[in-house]
Design a protein around this ligand. Sequence first.
Ligand code: SF4
Length: 356
Amino acid sequence: MTTVTHLKGTRAALDGDPFLSVRDLHVQFATEDGMVRAVDGLSFDVEKGTTIGIVGESGSGKSVTSLAVLGLHHPQTTSISGEIYLDGRQLIGAPRSALERLRGNKMAMIFQDPLTALSPYHTVGQQISETYRRHTKASKKEAHDRAVQMLTRVGIPQPKMRADDYPHQFSGGMRQRAMIAMALVCDPDLLIADEPTTALDVTVQAQILDLLKDLQQQTGTAIILITHDLGVVANTAHNVLVMYAGRAVERGSVHEVLSAPQHPYTWGLLSSMPRLTTPVDVPLRPVGGTPPSLIDLPAGCPFHPRCDHTNAVLSPMNCTTMRPQIPHEDTRGAACHLTLQQRQDIFVRNIQPRLG
Ligand code: SF4
């Protein structure tokens, strides 16, 4: 990345700088049981008009990362360090008022469960138009027209009429469309979608993911898609970041990671996924063991208690003593002490035949 001078937490976005750049992000929470290291040195970039899928099990740090980007952590109980640049502006340490202005205007979020994110006491149209008015000088009439326009854009039938409905009068898929309309009403440059389709049935899920792709093509929005489902990533994202225990264990383009994954944890995730080509009598293989406690992370590679490949490492002790990392500047790589050649050989010999 280009070296630039920091000026009061802001730097000029230079040609070639990523639109969103997260560098060495650490997020820790103080709890009665000890310090939770929820995100532990994470780096990634997102360009305009592209989607990065952040994948991992519950507790891997995916959602905490997105809340850090949005500046939604409680300052009293959370400690955040590192750098988050959005279009050249440093977000860590930025005043709350500046972050509030950016939320909705430059960046927005859609949540897994629209019923908890939408107010049951206001109509869908009111909620979208209020969001618009908070960030613009629009009149009530202009904001209402904008809400109807957004409902049309996300495919709600009879949008003028449905704008006067309350969220409970919408189906699950329509509520998620309404949430997307609300998130996009101010044309944000960055959209964070946290498990946006988990609560929906498969057909509606595909419609919502297609909608996000269409809207991205029209607006050039950068999207962070948080999911535990590599199938969703395969259909929607350009790049993937696989997270484990608050760290990046693998990253690359969707094609690179899904066709030639390099990390034993990614192999485990792929082996646990049902596929059309998997014979019905072949059982799925969940990743063995359980994720580690984020208060007491294992030394070395945090995946070592669950890894089947430590004996293949030249010095297996390294797995329990040395933390493997992907260099910040590498767009493709995996955090593992196995050599690249070993990982490629193990994948082709042992893992690929299982995936079909
Ligand atoms: Fe497994 Fe060792 Fe690689 Fe970690 S570093 S994934 S424990 S082989």
